[in-house]
Design a protein around this ligand. Structure first.
Ligand code: ADP
Ligand code: MG
Length: 363
């Protein structure tokens, strides 16, 4: 168990043509669980690989418990990793794979057997130990990889998209297993994921990475409620926040945001800075209610509907800009006229040039 630190860590590939990581600086406390959240190609796996010692950064330094890692060989770092692509040795049984790190470390046979039994019991995989990797399901493969990463009692545990290729049902069990083992071992854990629900539900803090750059670091709900810029706002949520360019207009006593059929009273003082111009208004899809055309303040036409069973995402075209609404009742049909009611106290505001947050609602 150890604290982890990245200090100005930069890594590029293809002779500098691809910047995978640009000056990443962050600290993870001993025993904490950090999720690195970002779309594909944002640099998540690179951040993890640099910690294992499989690759070295171009510049910057990584620390484990305050000790610089440059020059420390991979097998001496005490970092356990579950890779994005399953990396089990195919001619060995599941149990044979889990034992590997201890065999490398020339641990005594009795101790290996004891620890293998303990890890297998912890992960409910005792019955799988004799199977070959090819005979394991996706969830079983990840449990075996997790056991192999934990058996040598690592100082830090790295999980690279551990739930990516696993069906829904097994997923929530694996989430639970990871959390339980993380707490039991008290091991500092970094999980890379592109799934914001995994990040929100599992980690103590979330680091949002975009294009190799740290966008925001904070507690899950804090990042959700106070996204620092439009990239983070769009990324968190199911679906993410609507970011709508709207003109700020003075209508005598009141100020309003306007776009197409939509006119919303602007309560934020900061809106005054954009009078006569466009600002980016942030509206969460769950902060818009669908009502009948006469009940709503605006009446609009439904463009498209995507239903997921329990909820549907209703898309409206606002003068060329999409507006997504999360709706839990019977979904309207495409082409139908509906009314909208927007929770005005929940609007966010972003600067149109820097895309930085200017105003967040009070929670
Ligand atoms: P993520 O895990 O978030 O999907 P990666 O860290 O794998 O992102 O990759 C970040 C960027 O670096 C991408 O543009 C990717 O194509 C590039 N990259 C990663 N590994 C290599 C490599 N070994 N060779 C060349 N480019 C790479
Ligand atoms: Mg990756």
């Amino acid at each position: 168990m150890s604290s982890v630190e990245y200090r100005y860590v930069t890594k590029s590939y293809d002779g500098g043509a691809t910047h995978a990581l640009a000056g990443l600086t962050t600290e993870i406390d001993d025993g904490a669980f950090l999720a690195i959240l970002g779309r594909s190609g944002s640099g998540k796996s690179t951040a993890l690989r640099l910690l294992t010692g499989l690759e070295d950064p171009d510049s910057g330094e990584l620390f484990l418990d305050g000790i610089p890692l440059r020059g420390v060989k991979a097998h001496e770092r005490g970092v356990g990793m579950v890779m994005q692509m399953p990396a089990l040795v195919t001619h060995r049984s599941a149990g044979g794979n889990i034992r590997l790190p201890l065999e490398f470390a020339q641990t005594h046979g009795d101790e290996i057997a004891e620890r293998l039994a303990a890890e297998a019991a912890d992960l409910h995989i005792a019955s799988l130990l004799k199977k070959r990797p090819g005979q394991l399901s996706g969830g079983e493969t990840q449990a075996v990889q997790l056991a192999r990463a934990l058996i040598s009692r690592p100082r830090a545990l790295l999980l690279d998209e551990p739930m990516a290729r696993i069906d829904h049902e097994v997923r929530s069990r694996l989430r639970g297993d990871i959390l339980r083992l993380q707490a039991r071992h008290g091991v500092t854990t970094i999980m890379a994921t592109s799934d914001q629900a995994d990040a929100m539900s599992m980690a103590d803090s979330i680091l949002v990475l975009d294009d190799g750059r740290l966008q925001q670091l904070g507690a899950p709900l804090d990042v959700y409620h106070h996204p620092i810029n439009t990239a983070v706002a769009r990324f968190l949520g199911e679906p993410g926040m609507n970011i709508v360019p709207m003109q700020v207009v003075d209508e005598g006593a009141v100020r309003a945001y306007r776009r197409g059929a939509l006119r919303l009273p602007a309560w934020a003082d900061a809106a005054g800075r954009y009078l006569g111009r466009d600002a980016l208004v942030g509206i969460r899809p769950e902060d818009i209610e669908i009502v009948t055309p006469d009940e709503g303040r605006v009446s609009v036409e439904v463009d498209r509907v995507e239903s997921t069973g329990s909820a549907s995402i209703v898309r409206i075209d606002l003068d060329g800009e999409p507006l997504l609404v999360r709706h839990t009742g019977v979904p309207p049909r495409p082409g139908a006229r509906i009314g909208l009611r927007v929770d005005l106290a929940r609007l966010h505001l972003f600067d149109p040039y820097s895309e930085a947050a200017i105003h967040h609602p009070a929670i």
